[in-house]
Design a protein around this ligand. Structure first.
Ligand SMILES: Nc1ncnc2c1ncn2[C@@H]1O[C@H](COP(=O)(O)OP(=O)(O)OP(=O)(O)O)[C@@H](O)[C@H]1O
Ligand SMILES: [Mg+2]
Length: 477
């Protein structure tokens, strides 16, 4: 087996960009910070990510043979499907695109080109590689930027005179500037020192900034020429003369602007594009949300269904592996990982066209959420709802405290309402809390006693009647 692994192959090393090094356990731990429960889904996703890393260790031919196993996440509404995608996006070091399948069925967008998914992926990859290269030239760019700011304060002597003048004694009319040289040079050094010390950061200077003209934005938007539009816009943008504009900025701002410009000059965009395409092909991940919304139940047929099935047929070649032309070059999707998710309330996974079903061999079910999960969701995630309300109200000087029994009551009520009305998962907590804290939110600025304690009695007083009355809760919660 060992001979299948190439550790120091430069080609392999190159491709490690865009691959997460974390172990499945570490990835799950990261997702745990935001998503309560749903272990199976988190595990599948973590394994898929690790498999990218594993296949990257393989030798040439074998590496091409191993294609990623796409995942289909199934779970009713509000149980964390989109949340997993969102967290994954932050976590993966690979180009990642999240799209709603329904986007392609919208009125007026029938036949909207699904290739745009792949083009977006290329775009993400380019941004990634570019940022990485930017980081690599950051220090150099910063030095060059400082040099340019220095030029604004005290123009470089050499630039203002004939360089040969010095060598050959110079002509009469240059004599004056000859005299100024040492003075200028000294002044320059003095400014350089102060710049380096950061003493001039708030000084205002006037600089020349390039404004790339973007003509006709929107002209192509939404048309089937979309992809073409991007290219055309870029081409036209490059042909148009760059607008130079004088702007008054602080030295600190000038640093950022110049550093950006210098970094752009230092980076070879063709090389970036080539590498980005390679990374997108090897490590790209596409999250197809709301896939159930384009499934068509057996037997039914109508205008909308035709367009839904059409979307599936459009998506199919991309998922199966095809080559899509992007403005950076052709991108092959064979090794792109697809994760699809859907509630599948009315339609079933088997209502997807068979070819598409077959391309999502890994099925994971997200469980519906109950009291214990709700209780944890309220407080544990790093962006937990309770924490959000607390920091919001803290801006009014209100110290909002929840007693454990209160949290337990809220979770219990959420479960009850989900059972009696409709199961909307963790979203129920949003509606409950909003109702519960309505009065406090309203009167927070006027409160005498800024320490507010929410106990079980308060929860019951505010919510119980509504929660147990099915008709009421259907409208209010
Ligand atoms: N398991 C969970 N842990 C923590 N928060 C959750 C969990 N499930 C849902 N939430 C929260 O509930 C809200 C809705 O979740 P999400 O958007 O992931 O639902 P979904 O599964 O994509 O539903 P839909 O099928 O309607 O798209 C989000 O604010 C999310 O943070
Ligand atoms: Mg969702």
């Amino acid at each position: 087996m060992a001979q299948d692994i190439e550790k120091d192959n430069p080609e392999t090393a190159d491709l490690m960009l865009g691959v997460n090094e974390q172990t499945p356990r570490e990835i799950v731990a990261e997702l745990d910070k935001y998503i309560i429960g749903q272990e199976q889904a988190k595990r599948s996703v973590a394994i898929a990510l690790r498999n990218r890393w594993r296949s990257r260790q393989l030798k040439g031919a074998m590496r091409d043979e191993v294609i990623p196993k796409n995942i289909l996440m199934i779970g009713s509404t509000g149980v964390g499907k989109t949340e997993i995608a969102r967290r994954l996006a932050k976590l993966v070091k690979a180009p990642f695109v999240k799209v709603e399948a329904t986007k392609f069925t919208e009125v007026g967008y029938v036949g909207r080109d699904v290739d745009s998914i792949v083009r977006d992926l290329a775009e993400m990859a380019v941004r990634m590689v570019r940022n990485e290269r930017m980081e690599a030239v950051k220090d150099k760019a910063a030095r060059l930027a400082e040099e340019r700011i220095l030029d604004v304060f005290v123009p470089e002597p050499r630039k203002t005179q004939n360089p040969l003048g010095k060598l050959f004694g110079g002509s009469d009319d240059e004599e004056k500037s000859e005299d100024d040289q040492p003075k200028l040079q000294a002044g320059r050094e003095w400014v350089r020192k102060r710049l380096a010390k950061g003493e001039l950061e708030n000084e205002t200077i006037e600089i020349d900034v390039e404004e790339s003209s973007k003509p006709m934005v929107g002209m192509f938007a939404g048309s089937s020429l979309e992809g073409m539009g991007d290219n055309l816009q870029d081409m036209i943008g490059n042909l148009m003369p760059k607008n130079h504009k004088k702007r008054k900025v602080t030295v600190a701002e000038a640093r950022t602007i110049f550093a950006q410009e210098e970094a752009d000059k230092l980076i070879d965009m063709d090389a970036v594009a080539t590498e980005a395409l390679k990374i997108a092909e090897r490590s790209g991940i596409v999250f197809l949300d709301e896939i159930d919304k384009v499934a068509v139940r057996n037997g039914s047929s109508g205008g909308a269904d035709v367009s839904r099935e059409g979307v599936q047929r459009d998506i199919l070649p991309i998922v199966e592996g095809s080559t899509v032309m992007t403005k950076y070059g052709p991108l092959k999707t064979d090794h792109v990982l697809f994760i699809a998710a859907g509630a599948f309330h009315t339609a079933k996974p088997s209502d997807l066209i068979p070819e598409l079903q077959g391309r999502f061999p890994i099925r994971v079910e997200l469980k519906s959420l109950h009291k214990e999960e709700f209780e944890r969701i309220l407080t544990e995630p790093e962006n937990a709802l309770i924490k959000q309300y607390q920091v919001l109200l803290a801006t009014e000087g209100v110290d909002l405290e929840f007693q454990p029994e209160a949290l337990s009551r809220i979770a219990e009520l959420a479960e009850t309402v989900n059972e009696t009305a409709e199961d909307i998962g963790a979203r129920r907590l949003h509606t409950l809390l909003e109702k519960l804290l309505e009065e406090i939110s309203f009167s927070a600025p006027d409160l005498e006693d800024k320490h507010v304690v929410i106990d079980a009695a308060y929860v019951d007083e505010k919510l119980k009647d509504i929660a147990v009355d099915r008709d009421l809760s259907q409208f209010i919660l």
